[in-house]
Write a protein that binds this ligand. Sequence first.
Ligand SMILES: Cc1cc2nc3c(=O)[nH]c(=O)nc-3n(C[C@H](O)[C@H](O)[C@H](O)COP(=O)(O)O)c2cc1C
Length: 191
Amino acid sequence: MKIDFTKTDETIVEDLFNDLENAAKDPKHPFRLCVLATTEVDNIPTQRTLVFRGLLPSNEMLIFTDYRSPKLQEIKLQKQVSILFYHPEKKLQIRIQAIANIHHQDTTCLVEWNKLSKVNKQDYQTELPPGSDLPIGEEELTHNAEFGSDFFSIISLKPTKVDILQVSRMGHKRFVSRFENGMWNGRRVIP
Ligand SMILES: Cc1cc2nc3c(=O)[nH]c(=O)nc-3n(C[C@H](O)[C@H](O)[C@H](O)COP(=O)(O)O)c2cc1C
């Protein structure tokens, strides 16, 4: 992934999302993992590492999670979130503000659920909800396949602002663009 800062606003953002889409298909790509920031109920910011699963045609970024997880309760109260990607070799940071939307037991979930292996499905079938106390004396997680896809959910993130920072000995470069009135409006800014 190389950002061409001389291109037009729309093209820079388009190239970025094309690159993100390719990264999501490559388990070794640094952008396969992202950090999602949300706001806890008491207004405290919180973050976690997540697998970035791909893009919808609308450029909405997809994350899979357990419907019972605290991040979903946070998103229900505050849909504005931030997602961070970092490429250590290229020293490229992508910061994206987005509006989060929760999918649960809809067609988007069903399509993705059917692609998951039995082992991957187990991530969404723990007997107890994510974040709950491990019962005393139990070391292993217990799963219940009878839950099926009950707790499988997808967070889709509609981007509203992108902030691209390229750190380089040749000179740092930064580009910020906002999605306004149906189009991306960007400008170069001081890194
Ligand atoms: C490498 C890595 C990948 C992860 N991928 C996911 C993921 O795709 N979905 C997910 O819900 N949690 C994933 N997690 C776990 C989250 O970071 C987090 O601990 C968990 O989702 C609970 O978050 P919450 O309490 O904020 O809801 C991953 C953690 C690591 C370290």
